[in-house]
Design a protein around this ligand. Sequence first.
Ligand code: ATP
Ligand code: MG
Ligand code: MG
Ligand code: MG
Length: 493
Amino acid sequence: MKSQDIRAKFLQFFKDKNHSIVPSAPMVLKNDPTLMFVNSGMAPFKEYFLGNAVPKNNRLTDSQKCLRVSGKHNDLEEVGYDTYHHTLFEMLGNWSFGDYFKKEAIAWAWELLTEEFGVDKDILYVTVFEGDEGDGIPMDQEAYDFWKELISEDRILMGNKKDNFWEMGDQGPCGPCSEIHVDIRSAEEKAEVPGKDLVNLDHPQVVEIWNLVFMQYNRKANGSLEALPNKHIDTGMGFERLCMVLQNVKSNYDTDVFTPIIREIETITDKEYIPLVGTSRGLSEKETEQEKINVAIRVISDHVRAVAFSIADGQLPSNTGAGYVIRRILRRAIRYSFTFLDQKEPFIYRLVDVLSKKMGDAFPELISQKQLIENVIKEEEASFLRTLDQGLLLLDGIIKSTSGDTVSGEKAFELYDTYGFPIDLTALILSEQELKLDETGFKEHLEKQKKRSRAASEMSTDDWTILFEDSVQEFIGYDTLEANVKIARYRKV
Ligand code: ATP
Ligand code: MG
Ligand code: MG
Ligand code: MG
């Protein structure tokens, strides 16, 4: 099944259960001081859960563009190295605002996966909140009982507070959740570790696909919990992961969400993408070299999406706030293509064409903003490549003036700080010339500089990242005005 059809089928399934299909909210938030980018499906519905606004229909379904590159959810460093964390991804969701609860949410998730999509029950596992004595929250027996009607009990695993209890922040709605995991290991891989207790949810080929959150408590200012008068359902399923399962491949990058972009990268760069998924043995030298190319190709195909969607939403790369995050993502892609794909000229902008063809139906902003997206990416690429060129010359000078086998941390820092030359690239080039980098010295200078300017005005409070674009401010707490109304307070630093 094609990815377009998978998305449509999900939405239609819930539409048939009286949900209204709503479009994705913009990913870049302009008027929410507590969050830079939407990082989960629930973010745009926050006001409904807090009871500050009322939806037209108390059942909604959507596919929300999410970006997880800052604050509580920061997957950036994972991206490219594993095959199922992205910077930008779509979160499919169904929502109940004070309407249906656990029973229906669980039954429908199961029906959709196993009957509509035909996923084999024998590769599914679910988790249930085990309870937390210290916090006085009981185990989620209700969810357990609903699940055991559907799945054999040895496939229901207990999860702790970290994975199976969701909170919006220090206060507000919260509740236990149940997650659905898919074991995509091949029969041979399973045979390697026999036994029924083997299922290890941390195994890279056992992938979490769907999180069902049951909002049933309210956390009060004094930390205690009370039952919510209106209980809510918030679910989030990773669209690209679902496509991986349904298209019967081992990596999100092998789904049709990514393959057209990857083919285009191969054509332009004349490199091949040869994934080594599921290899538990060590890699040969040749495979290690290939894997660097694979990582680079995954990084670029992921990052071009994040950057393109952001620009389409009106967030251009810049030197502050959200714009700086976008610039860093794009520069990460450029660095990988420069180093591992030998790309010395702009080319990432050329991927926007395939991307907008592939995703334009679901996200028409990619078509209407295409020209702008291409121009902005191209200009950014050209300018950062010039930086890299200059940096290489400077580094050459530094190397020539180094007498021993170790390059000074201070010099490397200067290159990084003044010229924007990435430190990992410095380290790589030095190692190629059998030189060392004084990493301790570098870190010392970095620390000193961080203390000087607390430029990253970012502070994470659970699901909300406190951030201001123009002035650097520090979050200092909430003022409680009336019940349920919280005013965040900031001070300039
Ligand atoms: P993981 O444990 O894999 O990092 P999560 O528990 O952080 O996922 P949730 O916050 O529960 O994820 O989000 C709901 C769903 O969104 C997940 O079950 C997963 O399918 C998907 N998802 C989460 N993070 C990513 C990501 N970085 N890239 C792609 N899909 C993601
Ligand atoms: Mg995560
Ligand atoms: Mg998880
Ligand atoms: Mg989860």
